[in-house]
Write a protein that binds this ligand. Structure first.
Ligand code: CDP
Ligand code: MG
Length: 207
């Protein structure tokens, strides 16, 4: 088991988190960072910026299937609740979500950060919670700090406010990190807690 960690370098897995404009305005940045720090992840990049339309458009279309998949997810969420979806075509629904997302994400400063550690992508998604706050689990960031729903957001023609973005998988994390950070903005260092988290006890074997 420990050999696996040594060989695959799991402790070097990285993911991108963005505290969205609502999270920054509500003073939740510290709360978000606290939750990721206390689980054992290490911050290796951090910045405050007001994203441009181009940055947000690029961010959400790294996966060419994102528009269709997001549209499908949206339609399904209405069907699951027994409500008629406002738009029935997945691509049209996805494109409309992207337009509202651009407005949301460019509305003010965001904090972008790179978190590093074993299983960083999955651990961060777990602590983030599901996309739609009304269904996000209690104890997750979106479950604990947001009261929004797709229905409310759609009625107002806006994106769902859910405090943070977190990369969905390792490939997404890699491309998002290179979009938001230059390599000279990423800092390599040893954090003291890694000696505890990743210790393999091989020095005590056979003694
Ligand atoms: O952020 P996450 O990966 O959980 O969800 P996504 O499906 O990749 O969607 C990205 C973002 O679009 C969400 O976090 C929401 O802010 C927004 N969105 C929305 O406003 N309405 C939807 N039906 C789906 C997503
Ligand atoms: Mg996503």
């Amino acid at each position: 088991m420990n050999t696996l960690i040594k060989e695959t370098g799991h402790r070097n897995e990285r993911t991108l988190v963005i505290v969205k404009p609502d999270g920054v305005q509500r003073g939740l940045t510290g709360e978000v960072i606290k939750r990721f720090e206390r689980v054992g992840l290490k911050i290796v990049g951090l910045k405050l910026i007001v994203p441009t339309k181009e940055m947000v458009g690029k961010h959400y279309t790294t996966d060419p299937e994102w528009i269709r998949k997001t549209g499908e997810k949206n339609i399904k969420s209405f069907v699951d609740k027994g409500v008629q979806p406002p738009i029935n075509d997945p691509v049209t629904a996805g494109q409309s979500i992207l337009n509202t997302l651009v407005a949301y994400m460019t509305s003010g400063p965001v904090i972008a950060m790179i978190l590093q550690g074993a299983n960083a992508v999955k651990i961060v998604r777990k602590l983030t919670g599901g996309t739609e706050p009304i269904l996000s689990d209690v104890g997750t960031i979106r479950g604990d700090f947001v009261i929004d729903s797709y229905e409310m957001a759609d009625a107002q023609g806006r994106a769902v406010r859910n405090v943070i973005h977190a990369s969905g998988n390792i490939d997404e994390a890699q491309s998002e990190i290179s979009q938001w950070f230059n390599s000279n903005e990423i800092v390599e260092y040893n954090a003291i807690h890694e000696q505890i988290l990743y210790r393999d006890f091989s020095d005590l074997l056979g003694k």
